[in-house]
Design a protein around this ligand. Structure first.
Ligand code: HEM
Length: 386
């Protein structure tokens, strides 16, 4: 396997793991000749970069590509401390573990409603469950009107597109529509607050400081992008793995205490967020390689999570493994804000499927992969469930 891969190629996106393995072994601080960035693949190096935002800055946006465009005004993933910490503290006032826990019965009901529409036999899991569950959940938490749900999906897709490519007129139009809609919703809640996340964000205050309108817009966008695409593919990747492990499907049906462990192992073994980016603020030496100031650095969570130095039998899916400290939810100041919600949605979705279906197998039609360097998951995932 080549150790100088094009990390933006279709081949890499299809199955990055053999490339990661070669890079970790032979070229752990990989100077990408085509785009000029550096790729970190070892667990310790990725972790060290994530916990050093002074050197590895997020201020140029979190995308891996040199043309990272997901840079909404003052959004959490695109800021460094101390500004980041102020923003995050404010957002934490509204997006609380209590609010997430309180949404559990509603998430269960949404999952049940979606499953009630699903037939037995072969079906594509992506449009039936993986996509709608997180979209409906986050929309309801925010306080979005049900009739705007399909727009939500479109807007969120457009923003993930912007993360990886130059803006097209269509993507930009989507972004404008989304921002317009959120402004409208925020205005409604400013006049007439309700018990939803938008109202809580508007009211959040620390030492007399509140989120500015631009910060609020930025956060809405981030919630859509960071919360939907990710959880969608957590559900898909989880089911894809289990469709090849009938033994594990049966064990999970019999012993539901394994469900949270399986979710966590999926975020280690085949994480939906494979690669993001940082920008160096000074010259820095990693494993003897000098990375100059102002370089783009790709931090590969997907590669770090399979590092044999950090995980025994790293290439095997083992829910009961002893090492729990994977990097699938990031680490340091940008550690995933939605981790509690992601775990809850993953657990509810998997339990609902285990309740309903005795067996799970790959479908006759082959699944299709997403064409993304950031997000790993499926465009379609036909499965046979009986
Ligand atoms: C399996 C599902 C998920 C995965 C794998 C995931 C992964 C990640 C990762 C790797 C980061 C760190 C980004 C960085 O280092 O720059 C992150 C940050 C973030 N995530 Fe998640 N995420 C998931 C679900 C969610 C959900 C459901 C939400 C919210 C509804 C969410 C909201 C966020 C936000 C707001 C940040 C930025 C935090 C900050 O910059 O301070 N995520 N996530």
């Amino acid at each position: 396997m080549t150790s100088d891969p094009d990390v933006f190629s279709a081949e890499f996106r299809e199955d990055p793991y053999p490339f990661y393995e070669a890079l970790r072994r032979e070229n752990p601080v990989y100077r990408e000749p085509r785009y000029g960035g550096y790729v970190l693949t070892r667990f310790d190096d990725v972790l060290a970069a994530l916990i050093d935002p002074e050197t590895f800055s997020s201020a140029q946006g979190p995308g891996p590509a040199p043309s990272a465009n997901l840079n909404p005004p003052a959004a959490l993933p695109a800021t460094d401390p101390p500004h980041h910490d102020q923003l995050r503290a404010l957002v934490n006032r509204a997006f609380t573990p209590r609010r997430v826990a309180a949404s559990e019965p509603r998430i269960e009901a949404i999952a049940r409603e979606l499953l009630a529409e699903m037939p037995t036999g072969e079906l594509d899991l992506v449009p039936s469950l993986s996509i709608p569950l997180p979209v409906v959940v986050i929309a309801e938490m925010l306080g979005v009107e049900p009739e705007r749900l399909s727009d939500f999906r479109r807007w969120s897709d457009a923003f993930v597109g912007l993360l990886e490519s130059e803006p097209t007129p269509e993507l930009t139009a989507c972004a404008m529509e989304l921002v317009g809609y959120f402004k409208e919703l925020a205005e409604k809640r400013r006049r007439d607050p309700k018990d939803d996340l938008v109202s809580a964000l508007l009211q959040a205050e620390i030492d007399g400081r509140r989120l500015t309108p631009a910060e609020l817009d930025g956060f809405f966008i981030v919630l859509l992008v960071a919360g939907n695409e990710t959880t969608t593919n957590l559900i898909s990747n989880q089911l894809h793995i289990l469709s090849q492990r009938p033994d594990l499907w049966k064990r999970l049906r019999d012993d539901r205490s394994l469900v949270p462990l399986a979710i966590e192992e999926t975020v280690r073994f085949d994480t939906p967020v494979q690669n993001l980016g940082r920008q160096t603020t000074r010259d820095v030496v990693v494993r003897g390689t000098r990375i100059p100031k102002d370089s783009r650095v790709i931090v590969s969570y997907g590669a770090a999570n399979r590092d044999p130095e950090a995980f025994a039998a790293a290439g095997e899916y083992r829910p009961e493994r002893a090492e729990k400290k994977h990097l699938g939810f990031g680490q340091g100041v940008h550690f995933c804000l939605g981790v509690g919600l992601a775990r809850l949605e993953g657990r509810i979705a998997l339990n609902a499927l285990l309740d309903r279906y005795a067996t799970l197998e790959p479908g006759e039609t082959a699944p299709t992969r997403l064409q993304s360097t950031v997000i790993r998951g499926f465009g379609s995932l036909p499965l046979r469930m009986d």
